[in-house]
Design a protein around this ligand. Structure first.
Ligand SMILES: [Mg+2]
Length: 157
């Protein structure tokens, strides 16, 4: 079973305090506009991980991530988890029940800044990793090292 790599956008890929490596993009669609900061090295890292993982958007951008962001990161169109109801639940991130339904028994790594110990505990299987990313910096080499370590532990045995 190929694992999923579940990607949040705001925080991990579009951080609050982007370093000089990030490129500022002004996105306009109809009468809406957004400013995002994306790191070209993230696109390169993620394209490399496609050999092992099925990448999936797990972001409140939903299909907008494919339309507006994937081309900027050099990523193909990806499957996208949709969130019919964002009501917070007491035990975890509002995304967690939807992520659980999406992944089923498949192994995965989920990169998100909005998760905590409760979300991590929600997925008891060791091959299902919820990894919290710092929303200030976005994904760092250390986060990608966590993904690579998981890959070695779970896939290369
Ligand atoms: Mg986020």
């Amino acid at each position: 079973m190929r694992p999923f790599l579940l990607l949040d956008v705001d925080g991990p890929l579009n951080p609050r305090e982007p370093s000089a490596e990030f490129v500022r993009h002004e996105i306009v669609e109809g009468d809406r506009s957004w400013t995002v900061h994306l790191n070209p090295s993230h696109g390169a890292e993620l394209r490399d991980l496609v050999t092992t993982f099925d990448l999936v958007w797990a972001s409140s951008w939903e299909q907008g991530a494919n339309r507006l962001l994937a081309p900027l990161l050099g990523l193909p169109q990806l499957p996208t988890i949709e969130w019919p109801d964002r009501t917070p639940i007491p035990t975890s991130s509002w995304k967690t029940p939807y992520v659980a339904a999406w992944v089923g028994e498949r192994p995965f790594v989920w990169l998100d800044d909005g998760v905590d110990e409760r979300d991590i505990a929600y997925f008891a299987r060791p091959c299902q990793l919820v990894h919290r990313v710092d929303s200030q910096t976005g994904l760092t080499p250390g986060d990608f090292a966590v993904v690579r370590a998981w890959q070695r532990e779970n896939l290369l045995r």
